[in-house]
Every structure is written in C-alpha cells, then in structure tokens.
Design a protein around this ligand. Sequence first.
Ligand code: 3HC
Length: 321
Amino acid sequence: MTVHSFQEHFDAKIDNEVMIEPRDWMPDDYRKTLIRQISQHAHSEIVGMLPEGNWITRAPSLRRKAVLLAKVQDEGGHGLYLYSAAETLGITRDEMYDQLHTGKAKYSSIFNYPTLTWADIGAIGWLVDGAAIMNQVPLCRTSYGPYARAMVRVCKEESFHQRQGFEIMMTLANGTDVQKKMAQDALNRWWWPSIMMFGPNDADSPHTAQSMRWRIKRFTNDELRQKFIDVTVEQARLIGLTVPDPDLKWNEERGHYDFGPINWDEFWNVVKGNGPCNKERLDARKKAWEDGAWVRDAALAHSEKRKARKENKEVKEVKAA
Ligand code: 3HC
C-alpha cells in the first residue's frame, strides 16, 4: 500500500465516522495535534487540582470538604486517563511531564487565577467545570478512539463537579448579604477567564480549522463559547447573580446572547506565563515531581527485581527440563 492509499484510507475513515485507533496509520500531523491537545488537557486536569486543593482544609462543613475532596481526586484520575490516552500515540509520561515543567507544554489558562474565598470553589465548579463539560461532551465523539473513550468517563464526573459548584453558589446567593456579596464577587472574577477557556476566536485559532476537518473538534471555539454563555447566563439569573458584562443582551434574531469584547491581551499574557499564579502552579508541580522521585525509584527497583526473579525461574525450569 502506498502512503497515498494509506492517506485515502485514513480520510475515508474520518469521513465515515470510523474511530482511528492506536495501531492505525495516521498522518504525522494528526498524531502531533493529538499529542499536543491530549497532553495539555491532561496537564490542565492535574494543575487544576491545585487551586481547589487549597480549600480542602478550609471547607465550611464536613459535607463540603468530602465533596471537594472527591472532586479533586476525580481531576487526578482524569489526568491519568488522558496521559494514558496520549501515551498510545508514542509519547512517554516522562516526556509529557518534562514538557510541562520546562514550560514547553501549556495547561488551561483558567488555573492561573487565585482562589480567594470559598465562593471561588463554587464558581470554579459552576463555571470552569461547566465550560469543561461544554468542551468535553463533543470530545466523546472525537475521531481518536482512546481520547473519545476517556472523555465518556470524564464527562460523567464533570456533571457532578458542575452541580456541586452551582449548589455552593445557589446556597451563598440565597444566604446572608455577606454571602451573596461573596458569590457575586467570585462571579465577577471568574466569568471572563472562564469564557477565555474556550481558546482564541476561530479567526485567530491556528488549529481549529484542521482539527474540525480531522473531527478532533466537533465544534469551533466560538461555537462552544456561545453555547456556554447562553446556558450560564440563565443559571446566573436563576440564583439572582449578575454576569459582569454590561454588553450582555439577548439577540432574538441570532437566538443567542450578544456579549462584550474579551480581553485577549489578558488571555495571551496568562498563556505566556504572566498570570497571577503561573509561577506558583508550576513550582508546585515541579516540587511534587521532585518529592515523588523516591516512589518512582522504589517502584522501578521493585519491578526490576520481580523481572529478574521471573527470568531466574525460567532459566531453572529450562535447565530442569
Ligand atoms: N489556556 C491555555 N492555552 C490555550 C487555551 C487556554 N484556555 N486556549 C487555547 N490555548 C492555546 C492552544 O493550546 C494553542 O497553543 P499550542 O499550539 O501551543 O498548543 C493556541 O492557544 C491556539 O489555540 P487553538 O484554539 O488554535 O488551539 P486548540 O485547537 O488546541 O484549541 C482548546 C484549544 C479548545 C483548549 C483545545 O485544545 C481543547 O479542546 N482541549 C481539550 C480540552 C481542554 O484542554 N480543556 C482545558 C480545561 S480542562 C478542565 O477544565 C478540567 C476540568 O475538570 C476542570
């Protein structure tokens, strides 16, 4: 089979909605795009544990603490599914971690903002996990099999994450004046960074058009952002909170909310590493990597010992036979 016919075969599978699997032939650029997106998605899950982990010891009740603990543990699991999905494309776990620690790889901009009050934990669950669901449900139908299958499990858990966040915001919004003010303050600070999560406008996105052709993406950045805004504005109204966008207005003709300009300078500044918490987040990840070296060494030593024992046993069995 020539590369030409491999390409034709690949294109036909994409056009006919046949999943691409690890052993299938795929264009190098398709593989590279998937490694980039899946590994950065995994990094986002792991780094995303940090802002929320900050509040586990300070949750206002045992119930809130247990729910937050479960959520943060879920995010760790999501990271592991996604690192495993990326490994099926030929990159190692160590290479991915190195790319994160050296700044070569990105993670979601949203996790570079501080969690100042308990209401931030509600805002993250409601807005950040809400945005993640909007983006991840279509990824359950992405063209690469291992990624799509990882997303099915992730999305089930994201729904619980979004619900618990919205419930925190609803409780605060219906609480004392101070609590309602805290919820509104959190919405004010997390609204715009949450809609930036969907990435640059389609016109400024170097990857979206090709990712749509390869059915890695099922919707563009702007389409998902608009869906998120349309749904979330109604949720805010339901609990009596005000979205901090004076230009927000329902447009009957479009059937969507019109919204104000996004501060793309802020977005790219955070993506480039100059956000409020970028250094703190990366330092925490690098420290965890260094502190965990002994565990990796012990596991490696143990597996080598087991391998040597197995080989010795096989040699004895051959001699005895
Ligand atoms: N933060 C950081 N970088 C971002 C970004 C963001 N919010 N949005 C876009 N970028 C980067 C892209 O990675 C790309 O840079 P690169 O070429 O160095 O990778 C550049 O900006 C151009 O953006 P594009 O839109 O052209 O890039 P993509 O086609 O990859 O689209 C994406 C960006 C929409 C984030 C896409 O990669 C995607 O859907 N990824 C999977 C979902 C994901 O990663 N979500 C992150 C949050 S995970 C999360 O919230 C966990 C939850 O449990 C809380």
